[in-house]
Every structure is written in structure tokens, then in C-alpha cells.
Design a protein around this ligand. Structure first.
Ligand code: SF4
Length: 155
């Protein structure tokens, strides 16, 4: 699949954007590449299918999560790494992992909506969060089924 700069349009990627077999990689130059992990074991699929994919027998919907971040340090300590945290969120939005996020009100933490193949993948991604790495927040994961999702989350 060709690279996408900035935020890829889910319509331009098609089914792959919300498929649990999608793997995304963002280069240092900010280009995002999407590949099909099914192609590694099944010759019916190609590693980089032409986009957008509108029909695919291998499509399986990824899992949805709400991530509740709980700040564990004073807000000043959280804000000291907030810029890096926001960069991290934007990077994974480009890869079709994070769909929405916000600081909670009152500011006791944050909320992130994520779409991933499984819990282990999300945990690995969250371990890279500058908030977690700096020890200023902990993450609580809430998994739910995507039956009633609308809009950009459902291509
Ligand atoms: S299985 Fe199909 S929809 Fe899923 S990532 Fe591969 S090509 Fe895309």
C-alpha cells in the first residue's frame, strides 16, 4: 500500500484501515505505510494491496478500546511531557490506531479511543506513551464490541 503523509483518509485506505490484519508503520519522514499481515501466511493476500480495498474475504474488524488515563503526578509534571504525548497520539492516529482523545474535565487524566488487532498490541503501543514512560499516568483499558460504531471507524 502506498505511503500516506499526515492523516490518511480512511476512505482512501478502505477496508484495511479498520481490519485487524492491518499493520501500519510511520517512517521518520512522517509517511505512513499499511500492509496486510495475512499475506505473511496466506498466498491469497498481497502484502501491499492496491488502495482503497473495497472488498476482501480476509477482512476482520479490529477490537475497539477506550483507554482511561489516570494522572499519578501533579498537573505540572504531566504538562512537562504533554507535547511529546500529543506527538505520540498524532503518530498513531496516522496509523489508524487512535481515533479520538481528550483531557478529562476535571483534568484528572485523559481518554483515548483506539482500534487495534488485540489487547497485547494496544498494551505495546501504550508502553510507548511519554506519559507512561515518564511515570506521570497509568492506563486503564476498557474493551468493547464495535457493533454500533458509525462514521470513520466503520469504512
Ligand atoms: S485481510 Fe484484507 S482488509 Fe484486512 S488488511 Fe489484509 S487486505 Fe486489508
Amino acid at each position: 500500500m502506498p505511503p500516506h503523509n499526515a492523516a490518511p483518509d480512511p476512505e482512501a485506505v478502505g477496508l484495511c484501515f479498520t481490519c485487524r490484519w492491518k499493520r501500519a508503520l510511520t517512517s521518520r519522514r512522517g509517511s505512513t505505510f499499511f500492509r496486510c499481515a495475512r499475506a505473511e501466511t496466506d498466498p491469497r493476500f498481497v502484502r501491499y494491496p492496491p488502495l482503497p480495498v473495497r472488498s476482501c474475504s480476509g477482512y476482520e474488524e479490529a477490537m475497539l478500546y477506550v483507554v482511561l488515563n489516570h494522572y499519578t503526578q501533579p498537573l505540572a509534571a504531566v504538562d512537562a511531557v504533554r507535547a511529546k504525548h500529543l506527538e505520540y497520539l498524532e503518530r498513531y492516529a496516522r496509523e489508524g490506531v487512535f481515533y479520538a482523545w481528550a483531557r478529562r474535565d476535571p483534568p484528572i487524566g485523559g481518554v483515548i479511543v483506539a482500534l487495534v488487532p488485540d489487547r497485547a498490541t494496544l498494551e505495546a503501543i501504550l508502553a510507548q506513551d511519554p506519559y507512561i514512560r515518564a511515570g506521570v499516568a497509568r492506563a486503564e483499558l476498557v474493551e468493547f464490541h464495535a457493533a454500533n460504531v458509525r462514521g470513520a471507524l466503520r469504512t
